[in-house]
Design a protein around this ligand. Structure first.
Ligand SMILES: *Cc1c(COP(=O)(O)O)cnc(C)c1O
Length: 386
């Protein structure tokens, strides 16, 4: 079976894990510090805070920004459920933003109209989680100027976009956002097995995030609210969690980070090749805007014939799987999930995301995908479409 995504690891990662297992620190220790600094430096951010996974990164980001019951969090309708769930963990209400059919990212026009209405209704969002779908950066500068007008925080969900660039600014620099989160799940661009990280440029946010990932406990005496009882003293100042990354994971991540430029280059080659080989077929191929250099995470085509219902996505999906190609679908619009339906969302609420979803098909894309395998995928799809 050819999967839709897959990690690339070498003996170096295996040796790094073994070295940690022989060392004094298994969980959060020197490798976690080094990994945080390396990711922040790569992205051009001042601070990096590593956590147990991307979902925890989103949750802690929302908590550190003070999201609570009575607040609103908005995110793209075309994303993984975690981009919305983080708001629910904090007791906030969720709303969605319909997408731009070109980029499949949240639509700036839709957003600015929705903000206008929300201002009149008095229910402006506290946080907007901006997803860079498939690695294509969303227009974060435009969202920043809306945030200056309407006063919301921006959290970038860059689970797909490690290494993506806009006008030579790397995603994660937080030049136009409050925080950016990454995931290092094995299908993402680099992996630590499970893992996540938050980048930011505000030392108070970084401090808050570090506290929240470790039970809300502070161990530095200049932060204490009460007089210290002695050298053993620590203080729980907030209701935190255990969302720590282990040194085992960070050791993998440090080596994966050195491979990132090669991964991005290889993914770009494969995307260029797909674009070339699939041109002329009744498909909408992925596109990025001018000035944008995506680090491609997913390669999603839309099956749209001359009249849009020519191809049944289910038929094509099943036939590809039968040929040993594990295609996938990204994403079921989040508002269509039973959990969100029960909160009052309905089919038809975000029609562009729904129309996109009906025709979307994710083809295999990962550094070890060979050109032979890619030809096999392309030919299988061609046979079905022609
Ligand atoms: C993978 C992913 C997440 C969650 O990351 P985990 O590390 O799996 O918790 C969040 N948002 C998006 C868009 C993702 O693709």
């Amino acid at each position: 079976m050819i999967p839709y995504g897959r990690q690339h690891l070498e003996e170096e990662e295996i040796a790094a894990v073994v070295a940690v297992l022989r060392s004094d620190y298994l969980t959060q220790g020197p490798k976690v510090n080094a990994f945080e600094q390396a990711v922040a430096a790569y992205c051009g951010a001042q601070f990096g805070v590593a956590v147990s996974n991307g979902t925890a990164a989103l949750h802690l980001a929302c908590l550190a920004l003070g999201l609570t019951a009575g607040d609103y969090l908005w995110t793209s309708a075309n994303t993984f459920v975690a981009s919305a769930n983080c708001g629910r963990y904090c007791g906030a209400s969720i709303d969605f933003i319909d997408i731009d059919p070109q980029t499949r990212n949240l639509s700036i026009d839709y957003l600015s109209q929705k903000l206008q209405r929300a201002k009149l209704a008095g229910n402006l969002p506290k946080i907007i989680v901006v997803v860079h779908f498939a690695g294509v950066p969303c227009d974060i500068a435009a969202i920043k100027s809306l945030s200056q007008q309407y006063g919301f925080y921006i959290v970038e969900d860059a689970a797909h976009a490690m290494g993506s660039q806009v006008n030579s600014d790397t995603v994660g620099s937080c030049r136009y956002s409050d925080m950016t989160i990454f995931s290092f799940h094995p299908v993402k661009t680099i992996t630590t097995a499970e893992g996540g990280l938050i980048c930011c440029n505000d030392s108070q946010y970084a401090e808050k995030l570090r506290q929240l990932r470790s039970h809300g406990v502070s161990r530095s005496d200049q932060d204490f609210c009460q007089p210290s009882d002695g050298p053993w003293y620590y203080e729980q100042q907030d209701l935190g969690f255990n969302c720590r990354m282990t040194d085992i994971q960070a050791a993998i991540g440090l080596i994966q980070l050195t491979r990132l430029p090669v991964f991005i280059e290889r993914r770009q080659q494969l995307v260029d090749r797909y674009n070339h080989l699939l041109a002329g077929l009744p498909l909408t191929l992925p596109r990025a805007l001018i000035g944008v250099k995506p680090a491609w995470h997913l390669y999603v085509v839309e099956l749209c014939g001359v009249d849009s219902n020519t191809f049944d996505r289910r038929v094509i999906y099943d036939a590809m799987v039968a040929k040993g190609i594990a295609v996938n679908v990204h994403y079921i619009p989040v508002h269509l999930q039973p959990y969100y339906q029960q909160l009052g969302f309905c089919r038809g609420d975000f029609p562009v995301a729904e129309a996109y979803y009906a025709q979307a098909l994710t083809l295999p894309l990962y550094p070890d995908l060979t050109e032979q395998q890619q030809d096999y995928v392309v030919n299988a799809l061609k046979e079905l479409l022609l």
